[in-house]
Write a protein that binds this ligand. Structure first.
Ligand code: AHR
Length: 330
């Protein structure tokens, strides 16, 4: 066994021991199958939090795929705090993991820590969310959805839902986490799709931080202020489901009084689409684990990988045969 792999195993055992002694809710460090001990690759994964069912499914997908691929996974969950994600990445650098993957909570503020990973010779995969940086060499690739395309799909549905007449369409936007790639991309794509039609007015855009409770809170306030809302465009299902609760409490019929467009494709949202409470669901695939493991292995072997590996996201609308939609698994 080489000194490097002995060191790696030692720190992982210490890490696992510390986590179990602390009794904290984080995943234990090593989840690999233990085969080919010296060769087993170590992947450090810094998840951003557990804000939605989408995120829970994304985490499960990563953990399961690591087990299946025989990869030792060091998993940290940052509880929605960028500083925790940075700390986790620094710990992966100290442990000399083979590859680091992380879902950046916001787009900016990563250059320093990613420069440290680069200096340590550890490749980085961005998963689920992208970053803004002037130095493109700080990460190897991105795996996840194209958020601008998701916003465009949402806007295209809206244009079909309101065929030409002269009536103004008042839209409320529930924005995801401020500064996060999916929120910015979904907002940009949606605006791009509707920009040439002067009937569409975004009368209010408020963050619900991608969380159900905050979506409900935001919508409750918005409904007190506006009585002329035609459309809710929500950046994720969790906020949408909270907003639906707020509408029902206010005596508003979701999907009828207010047209609802949402993104993710959680089972609960698809069920609401079938029940007529949501009009359009744009899918965002959370099951990125297998692609992450496959790509990490290729990178470790020195293979070239595509710079952007996009998921294929579908759209489900009130006009489709909804019995065709497979069980979501999240
Ligand atoms: O980054 C993906 C988004 O993050 C999902 O739409 C959302 O549910 C999650 O919080």
């Amino acid at each position: 066994m080489s000194f490097r792999s002995l060191k790696k195993k030692t720190v992982m055992l210490i890490c696992a021991l510390m986590l179990s002694l602390a009794g904290c809710g984080r995943e234990p460090a090593a989840t690999g199958n233990g085969n080919a001990a010296d060769e087993t690759m170590v992947l450090g994964f810094a998840q951003l939090g557990a804000e939605s069912s989408w995120r829970t499914c994304n985490t499960e997908s990563v953990i399961k795929a690591a087990q299946e691929a025989g990869i030792n996974l060091m998993f940290e969950e940052a509880e929605q705090k960028q500083e925790n994600q940075i700390k986790a990445i620094r710990s992966f650098i100290a442990y000399q993991v083979d590859v680091i993957a992380f879902a950046p909570i916001v787009k900016t503020g990563w250059d320093n820590v990613l420069s440290e990973a680069k200096a340590a010779g550890i490749p980085v995969i961005l998963t689920d969310r992208t970053i803004d940086t002037d130095d493109e060499s700080l990460y190897t690739c991105y795996i996840g959805s194209d958020f601008i395309t998701e916003g465009l799909m949402a806007g295209d549905f809206l244009k079909k839902k309101f065929p030409q007449d002269n009536k103004t369409v008042n839209i409320v936007e529930l924005f995801g986490t401020v500064g996060a790639a999916p929120a910015l991309g979904r907002s940009e794509g949606f605006r791009e799709a509707i920009k040439d039609d002067s009937r569409f007015h975004i009368i209010c855009s408020q963050s619900g931080d991608f969380m159900r409770s905050k979506g409900k809170e935001a919508m409750t306030g918005i409904l007190k202020y506006y009585d002329d809302i035609d459309v809710l465009y929500s950046h994720n299902d969790s906020m949408t489901l909270g907003a639906i609760e707020a509408m029902e409490e206010a005596g508003i019929s979701p999907g009828e009084d207010i047209v609802i467009i949402t993104i993710d494709g959680e089972q609960e949202a698809v069920d609401a689409l079938k029940a007529g409470e949501i009009n359009c669901v744009v899918e965002c695939d959370p099951m990125l684990g297998p692609t992450i493991m496959d790509t990490a292995k290729k990178i470790k072997e020195g293979e070239q990988v595509p710079r952007n590996i996009y998921s294929k996201d579908n759209i489900y609308t009130e006009w489709d045969d909804l019995n065709e939609i497979p069980p979501r698994g999240y």
